[in-house]
Ligand binder design. Sequence first.
Ligand SMILES: [Zn+2]
Length: 248
Amino acid sequence: MTVLCVFLGLLVGGLVNQLGSDLPARRSLTPPHCPYCGRVRPWWQWLSLPAHLVGRSGCPSCGAPISLRHPLVEIGLAVAYGYLWIVFEPSVKLAFYLLYSAIFALILITDIERRLILNVVMYPAIVIALIANFVTRELVWWSPPLGGAIGFAFFLGAALVGNALFGSGALGEGDVSLAAFVGIITGFPLVIEALILTIVIGAAASFILLVTGVRGLHDHVPYGPFLVAGAVITLLWGYPIAEWFLYR
Ligand SMILES: [Zn+2]
């Protein structure tokens, strides 16, 4: 069954790849096609990983390769799906976590490639996250909305201050709605841990990017990946980390 879940992750990865290309271009879902010549890919290239593995990832029409993002997303979601299946076993919670993984992957694609976190992704994600706790009953009923409000307020404040200090665009509307989503799925009080991890990871990653010269002082670094990292770590290991920190 784990193998089936890994395969499901691979398929969802293919779908997320296509949404990551189509949604920022304001298209509805299209069949996978070459971004250079526009030709629809043959069926055996719809998942890029097998095509890459047999060395046939070039477009049959113009020869342009499928970008490396495609197999990376497919592998990433396949590994995530396998891991989540083993850790959470078949449950309603697992179903929501598989869905959140796909949402996070889509956010990473659009934020890293185009500095966009789309409302068309975040609004449905927030509605799903608000409904989720009524189904799973993991947290007391007020915990997810309070967590969402804290994530929203904190990042709205950070965006207002950041834009006043560094000019507009340091943090965007998308970051604020992503922070609300993260707050809803982690809930109160874990949202605090998710926000702290986001800031720590963001600072460490920005420092490394600056020192290695990958980014300059005035370059924009997308903040979505740090929020996603903070959320994932908190959802998987939030309580052990909090215990270690508070009671060691
Ligand atoms: Zn082509």
